[in-house]
Ligand binder design. Structure first.
Ligand code: KIV
Ligand code: ZN
Length: 386
């Protein structure tokens, strides 16, 4: 098979980084249901959990490995033998297992988390990859807090772990610290300065502390990364991870990027709702792609333009992401075009002079209550005709 250099591998971590969110914990059956939906969606990798963290997580990785056929099943570890032994055990039924091991790469983490030195950390990184390689061929290495790491040390670490057998190198912006051009430059630096970089796939893993997770992930992909780590609805530690639906729809909308994925985006709305309800985690209405208002038009200027040609205000079709349809919301900011659209939908065809009168009454009503519904509209017309 010819390898497509523009293919971006979608690594879903809803069930690991996403599930770390307080209150979002799932039982094994719920995880299986989400994992099967992720498989249908077309993700390439499912990070199923952190097996050493609890018996429940260990068991979930076992059951997900049995339930899922096509995607790679990945298990997280720290850079130590016990974590890796437990992860390898949990992955024993996976058709395509991957161990995801790693250690802090920033001087801050090296000093204040590990109380160690760059040399010691480098040796632990290499040892972990070599040890994990005894169990599985596919090893992903994460250089935690790479966003704040010294770039020359990061390059040295990446080169060493690839030489030790890492097949994917994950460059996390663990604290959501970087600006897009800084993060993109980091990836480019690795691409240009790590001798053996073509022996591994570079992966981007961005957090959203400054609201830049998606922008940073795209910057990384533009500079040579070919795997993106993301979650449904962007859930994850603190302000969350890169949202899968955003990053995928950016690639589909901006064909000029020349990047493609195997994701069936028409399933986003359904899986977004499944994750919200299973995890008890609502999505804000203005969330891109899957938020309740993502395809609602409420001001008169927009509604008029939308009714003339949807593309005036629609860069993605709702059906492309499985959204039921765009909505024209009636508020006191709506114009005659929007009111007429809804009246016609309800079977009321009004001459212009009648529409003008009903519109005035509509504005009085809309100023006094939140949201105008079909009953309100029918009553307005009935009053006018009475
Ligand atoms: O954000 C991070 O650095 C992580 C790693 C464990 C991959 O989630
Ligand atoms: Zn993370």
């Amino acid at each position: 098979m010819i390898h497509d250099p523009n293919k971006v591998y979608i690594f879903d971590t809803t069930l690991r980084d996403g599930e770390q969110v307080p209150g979002c914990q799932l039982d094994t059956n719920q995880k299986i249901e989400i994992a099967k939906s992720l498989e249908l969606l077309g993700v390439d990798v499912i990070e199923a959990g952190f097996p050493v963290s609890s018996p429940g997580d260990f068991n979930s990785v076992i059951e997900l490995s049995k339930a899922v056929n096509h995607p790679i099943i990945c298990a997280l570890t720290r850079a130590n033998k016990n974590d890796i032994d437990v992860a390898a055990d949990a992955l024993r039924f996976a058709k395509r297992p991957r161990i995801h091991t790693g250690i802090g790469a920033s001087d801050f983490h090296i000093k204040h988390k590990f109380n160690s030195t760059r040399e010691e950390i480098l040796a632990r990184a290499v040892d972990a990859v070599k040890y994990a390689k005894k169990y599985v061929e596919d090893i992903e290495f994460y250089a935690e807090d790479a966003g704040r790491a010294d770039i020359e040390f990061l390059a040295k670490m990446v080169e060493a772990v690839i030489a030790a057998g890492a097949t994917v190198v994950n460059i996390p912006d663990t604290n959501g610290y970087c600006l897009p051009d800084q993060y993109g430059s980091k990836i480019l630096y690795l691409k240009e300065n790590v001798k053996n970089i073509d022996n591994a796939i570079i992966s981007v893993h961005c957090h959203n502390d400054l609201g830049l997770a998606t922008a940073n992930s795209i910057a990384g992909l533009q500079n040579g990364a070919r795997q993106v780590e993301c979650t449904i609805n962007g859930i994850g530690e603190r302000a969350g991870n890169t949202s899968m639906e955003e990053v995928v729809m950016i690639m589909k909308t901006h064909k000029v990027l020349g990047l493609n994925t195997q994701i069936d985006a028409t399933q986003f709305y359904a899986i977004s709702h499944m994750v919200r309800s299973q995890m008890n985690m609502p999505v804000q209405p203005n969330k891109a792609i899957v938020g309740g208002n993502a395809f609602s038009h409420s001001s008169g200027i927009h509604q008029d333009g939308f009714l003339k040609n949807r593309e005036n205000y629609e860069i993605i079709k709702p059906e492309d992401v499985g959204f039921p349809d765009a909505t024209i919301v009636l508020t006191a900011r709506s114009g005659r075009a929007a009111l007429n659209h809804h009246l016609e939908r309800l079977g009321h065809k009004l001459e212009k002079e009648h529409l003008d009168i009903v519109y005035k009454q509509f504005l009085v009503l809309a100023d006094s209550k939140q949201g105008i519904n079909d009953t309100d509209l029918n009553q307005l017309v009935a009053l006018h005709l009475a």
